[in-house]
Design a protein. Sequence first.
Lengths: 260, 260
Amino acid sequence: MESVPIRLIAAEMIAVTALIRKLEQFVRLSPADRVVLARASSDRVRKFGPRVDITREGDRPRDVHLILSGWACRYKQLDDGRRQVVSFFLPGDMCDLNVFILKEMDHSIGTITSVTIADLSRDFFDEISAGYPRIATALWWETLVNAAIQREWTMNLGQRTASERMAHLLCEIFFRLRLAGLTEGLTCEFPLTQADLADATGLSKVHVNRTLQELRAADLVILRGKVLTVPCLERLMSSGLFNPNYLHMDREGSQLDANE
Amino acid sequence: MESVPIRLIAAEMIAVTALIRKLEQFVRLSPADRVVLARASSDRVRKFGPRVDITREGDRPRDVHLILSGWACRYKQLDDGRRQVVSFFLPGDMCDLNVFILKEMDHSIGTITSVTIADLSRDFFDEISAGYPRIATALWWETLVNAAIQREWTMNLGQRTASERMAHLLCEIFFRLRLAGLTEGLTCEFPLTQADLADATGLSKVHVNRTLQELRAADLVILRGKVLTVPCLERLMSSGLFNPNYLHMDREGSQLDANE
DNA sequence: GAGAAAAGGTAACATAGTTTATTGATGGAG
DNA sequence: CTCCATCAATAAACTATGTTACCTTTTCTC
């Protein structure tokens, strides 16, 4: 087992862990695979404050961003100010693979909390597809899961009522955080404001507030400060008509395991 | 310029054309590229009647489906019957690349009209990534555009009013059909029922009807039988707050052109 | 630790969109 | 050609959610 490069400081170690942990949900990575991921994630690192844009609609996409720590979101905005958060980025998440083949971003990426990202270059992906098939597969899996999440959001906005929708979103975030190793029992950090939730669910701030009161009253969530507790995940899931199948958290057959 | 394999009958020729035409929006394909695509599309062809499922949620995904002719859609359904169409498949469209690495479908695919599809195998994609870099790039482009479309739908459902939403959807379909060479001037075939539109926009059938009346009254669309005419695309676009940037219909720099 | 700013909470009222029901048009199957 | 099913159109009553406005609590900053 090789050691990871020394320039990885403690916080980023944990961060890479989120990615690796998530990918290993799907394929078993070899020590060499992990080293390549750790190296790529420690190479070009940038830090951002909270509530700041990382990229704006119209920019030319240059690199793939990997979130090492903090929360961010993709959003789109209409001229009159209406804003929709179309996805959240949690630690270990990556924006679209290969975005750099497009000319222009069709959305913006903004931070919620302070965020550390690693920029992954075209070369990195060439290297991966040439010599690290397990990572390549895992990245495809990530891409497919992201597409599935986006479809589920379409479903969420189109068919679920306000409280179902909110419960569903909370479930999804909780599951994703857990996958990345960022929950403790029934609790996780939760830095989203009610305004963020409004932009993500397509509801007004007032109605988000009402809806959260409802969920609280039904003992489905405890949400105070920046901490979320889910007293009974099962109940929250059923109230949000949440079926985790779209997260595809099931490891493939053994043919994908590292065998060294 | 080689000739395409003889087993391609006329209708499928046109169908492959939709794919090639679309991909060439982004990269210039060589004659050899076109032959490979034509071969793959004529290999394992299946036909379906209208209003029939091609795959169901829970099935194991086996191949990538390419729509040769007809319209289909992806949809998800809740236990109580609420149904959301999360995307439409038009001729030349493909379902997710590499789906076969997942264990289970998280959504269903159903036909709207009669549909002809080609099943593309794992081997085909291996062949492409090994020897046809321009096709590989074009397929990545398709993947990214599909993701962008799904995000735009999220925006559509979350922020746009009923009539904006409807106008936006009609614009999108018109643009996509035009890209595939399936429009004639301001007109195209349009086999969707109002119930389909309801499932896609997250509105009730009644409200879809009202909304279409509104658009008709404002002379934004002429929709009769199974034919859509857009008297003035500009006006429909602005009424739907439609910005085609997310379709990324701009060809990359010349480094991606075929140079033979 | 005071003051300002951001976030959370609540109420009254307005409305976009739903539900249910009925009727009329269209089109495919025999 | 006609029957039956699907699709479109419209109306009336209802409701989930939005808007505006204001107040309280928490958090950040100096």
